[in-house]
Structures are given as structure tokens and as C-alpha cells.
Design a protein around this ligand. Sequence first.
Ligand code: FNR
Length: 348
Amino acid sequence: MTADEFAQRAAARLPSACRDYFDGGAADEHTLAANRADWAALRLWPRVLRPLGTADTRTRIGPHAVAHPIWLAPVAYQRLAHPDGELASALAAAAQGAGMVLSGQSSVEVERVAAAFAREPEAGPLWFQLHAQPDAGLTRALAQRAQAAGCQAIVLTVDAPVHGVRDRERRAGFKLPPGVRAVHLPEGVAAHHHIDALLQAALTWEQLDALRAATGLPLWLKGVLHPDDARRALQAGIDGLIVSNHGGRTLDTAVSTAWALPRIARAVDGRLPLLVDGGIRRGTDVLKALALGAQGVLIGRPQVHALAAEGPLGVARLLRILRDELQVAMALTGCARIADITPAVLAE
Ligand code: FNR
């Protein structure tokens, strides 16, 4: 199986409007396409006759020692894909030693997801993602709830102060079905706010300290693409960055993440840990992301495809497959350990 085969199976099972919600991007979907095309366009140098050991995928992400660098991205409303929603993805991630960033618009409570992680001794880290809410008190309270549940970091998504122009979703007439909602938010809050209210609620650099003070947990920013914003994050004392364009769902024609990552890596020069997402579908994509300076990658759509296709077992299989593919890519590029994956694996 491959990530794309899970997508095909999911397409056959999901209602078409729901599929369009998961798969769509913003506007004409140029960035959605570029995310994948730009990983594929990077060329690898095969290397031969090197000692390969076991192609060991163990590594560090921020302060965490992890079994491998492939994590689950925050994806909202997973009960659209499977009745157990985010709990099913969490069971899979925990069993596969994958970290998970739970969406603030999760359709399952963070306490239940955290309990799944707590039961599995080999589980990776569980982090919690937030969008700034129009009510700053609610944003802080959510962060505190996630901390009390056992989440180890807060991820603030900064690339979506307003909703992208989601034409595919609009054409499909997508609406949340009864019974699926963002359980952490008061009824109606996740529904579409008026743009003026969203703009006024949007956080600025100056307001990050209050959010950090609410928990004292590490604070990561998700959705940074410009090197100047990365430098600003360093000054602001942010703990890490997720280089992301929201899977091409916000600003169409924004730069792809494969293009932005090396530029951000140069700007932070090892002083901030980086994760990246957007279009990661193969072990070779993971290897390239690591070569360009990321400590790990996040998987968005493939996670819900696998969930829709085969439930928790599907997500576990997907993670295993990507990890196996990473090991093959490491072996064929002569990398015995994650630390051996350097820019030298990439041809100009
Ligand atoms: C997302 N993404 C997202 N990001 C976030 O910070 N909070 C969220 O609630 C969501 N929800 C969400 C729903 C759906 C259906 C998708 C497809 C994506 C973005 C996600 O975390 C990630 O950045 C991208 O999905 C990565 O790109 P790929 O792997 O989908 O190509």
C-alpha cells in the first residue's frame, strides 16, 4: 500500500462533499499541487557500498527522543472519516511511536486522546494545536485544558487568521453532518465568523507571551514560511516552528514548503527546531525534508484517508509504511542513521 492508495480507497468510501473537504485546497489549488511537485522535483544521489547498519530511524524532535520522525498533523473533524475519529488516529500513532498534534477543532475530547497515549509505553509525544479564538480567554483556557490532559506542547497555528477561499469545498456544498463538531469549542464558535471579527481577533507577536504564560508549556508556531518571520520567532523566544502552508488550504500561490524549508533553516541556523508538512506522501519526501533541515514531518490528508479506508489499523499501517519507505530511502542514499541525512543526499 501507499499513501495514494489509501486516498483512492477513502474516496470510494467517503461521501463526495466530505472527500472534497479533506482533499481540497484554496482557490485554484496551485499551492496544493506545488507542495507535492516540489518534493518530487528534488533529486537524490544514490550512494553505494556504504555500511548501512539497520537504517536506524530513531531521532530527536525538540526535547523528545522518538522512534522515527513521522508525526500526525492536526486535522479537524476526524469523525467525518471514522466514528472514533481522532481517538482512532491517536491509538495508531501511540502504537507506532509517532507523535501527534491534536487539532483544536478535534471532534473527540483531548482527555480521551491523551488517555490513549498514556496507556502506550512506547507512545511518542502528544501536542495540542490552537487557533487564536476571538475570545482570548477561551484560547488560554483551551491551552490549560490541553496541559491538564497531559499534552506536552502547544502549537499555535498562525497561517489562518481568516478562512482561505475554499472553492472546491464551496462547490461541493460541504457542511458538518449532525453529531460531528469541534468538541472543545462552544457550539457555533468554530462556524464561520465574519471576516472583520476574525481580523480583529488575530493575534500579533506582542500577544504571544500571554498565551505562553497560560501554561508554561513549549510554544510552537505552525504556518511560518517567510525567513523574516522565522527570525522574529527566534527573538520572541518561540520553542519551534512548523514550516507549513496548511496543506495549500489558505493562501493560494503561496510558496511550497519544500521551497521554503531550506530558506527558513538558513535563517534560524540550528537555533530553533523545525518540523515541516505539506505534500509528504513517501519515505523519500521525509528523507528530503530532513536533508533540508527539518527534524521531522507531519502527515495531514493521508492520515484521514487511511482512517476512512481502514480505521485505526489503516493509520497504523500508513505510519509503518512511511517509516519502512524512509528506511529504504536511507539505505539507498547510504544513510545508516538519521544524523547521516544531510544536504549531501540532494543533487543540485
Ligand atoms: C488541516 N490542517 C489543519 N491545521 C491546523 O493547524 N489545524 C486544523 O484543525 C487543521 N485542520 C485540517 C483539516 C483538513 C481536512 C486538512 C486537509 C488539513 C492542516 C494540516 O495540519 C497540515 O498542515 C496539512 O494537512 C499538511 O498537508 P498534507 O499532508 O495534507 O499535504
